[in-house]
Design a protein around this ligand. Structure first.
Ligand SMILES: [Fe+2]
Length: 260
């Protein structure tokens, strides 16, 4: 099992505070049967920001500590990039880390609204050969209110990664329900823990996958296979996305219009 979203590295962002906490997270991760994990510290236009050599050095040092302690966990470089207008310029200059130096970019959006330039930016990224993964779509207000918001992205080969913690109810019932809807309608292709610490925001990938298996075992296994394919820079296995006809879906909109 491979985790593609984590804040495991010490003192990089709001994740692990120090090396001791990173080690505890690594131990917990191995205990749950996870072989490799992508370190995806927050990366922003301003604020959290780092250079790729700095990230690689940090991983090298951490990997050495883990080896000495016989903690068998592979750490891959990455970043959770918060969308900003100048992102493409910075990517092309090699300033923005992708997942394990692949063509996959883990992209985060504001919780309360996708910026108006989102469509153009995603299109331009694809033209340049990047494969975009939307981080935890189930947590964004627009998607919670209308899960079908993600449908046109999924149709356009924009991928999405659900948080295992969302599936366990860490962000509340609505986020949990949204995560399930997206999964059942083939609008998410990947799963990550998005761990920040131990405990509540800890390593829950295994538990999240178990929950998905209760809903659809084969699809849950496909997500896990895709996690590995991202790290190996291979094409994802995708099922045809299905439009969501429930609340916020097409039928709901028609019903509202009819009733108003
Ligand atoms: Fe994250």
């Amino acid at each position: 099992m491979y985790d593609i979203h984590s804040h495991i590295l010490p003192a990089m962002d709001d994740g692990a505070r120090d090396l001791a906490e990173s080690i505890r997270i690594a131990e917990e991760t191995v205990k749950k049967g996870i072989k490799g994990i992508v370190a995806t510290p927050h990366f922003m236009e301003e604020g959290y920001r780092f250079a790729l050599p700095e990230l690689e050095e940090k991983i090298r040092q951490f990997q050495e500590v883990l080896k000495k302690r016989e903690i068998d966990l592979e750490i891959y470089p990455g970043a959770e990039v918060f969308i900003y207008p100048g992102l493409i310029r910075d990517l092309e200059e090699g300033l923005v880390p992708t997942i394990n130096k692949s063509s996959y970019l883990l992209l985060e959006f504001p919780m309360y609204g996708f910026p108006p330039y989102t469509g153009d930016l995603l299109y331009n990224l694809q033209v340049l050969g990047y494969k975009v993964i939307i981080a935890h779509p189930e947590r964004y207000r627009e998607v919670v209110e209308a899960p079908d918001f993600l449908y046109r992205f999924a149709r356009g080969s924009i991928y999405a990664q659900v948080n295992s913690s969302s599936l366990l109810g860490v962000f509340g019932e609505r986020v949990k329900r949204t995560a399930e809807i997206l999964f059942l309608h083939n609008m998410v292709q990947l799963i990550g823990s998005d761990l920040h610490s131990t405990g509540r925001r800890g390593q829950t990938l295994r538990e999240g996958v178990e929950r998905l298996k209760e809903l659809d075992r084969e699809k849950a296994e496909l997500l896990l296979r895709n996690n590995r394919r991202v790290i190996e820079d291979k094409e994802l296995e995708c099922l045809e996305p299905l439009p969501y006809r429930g609340k916020g879906g097409l039928l709901d909109k028609l019903r509202k219009r009819f009733l108003s």
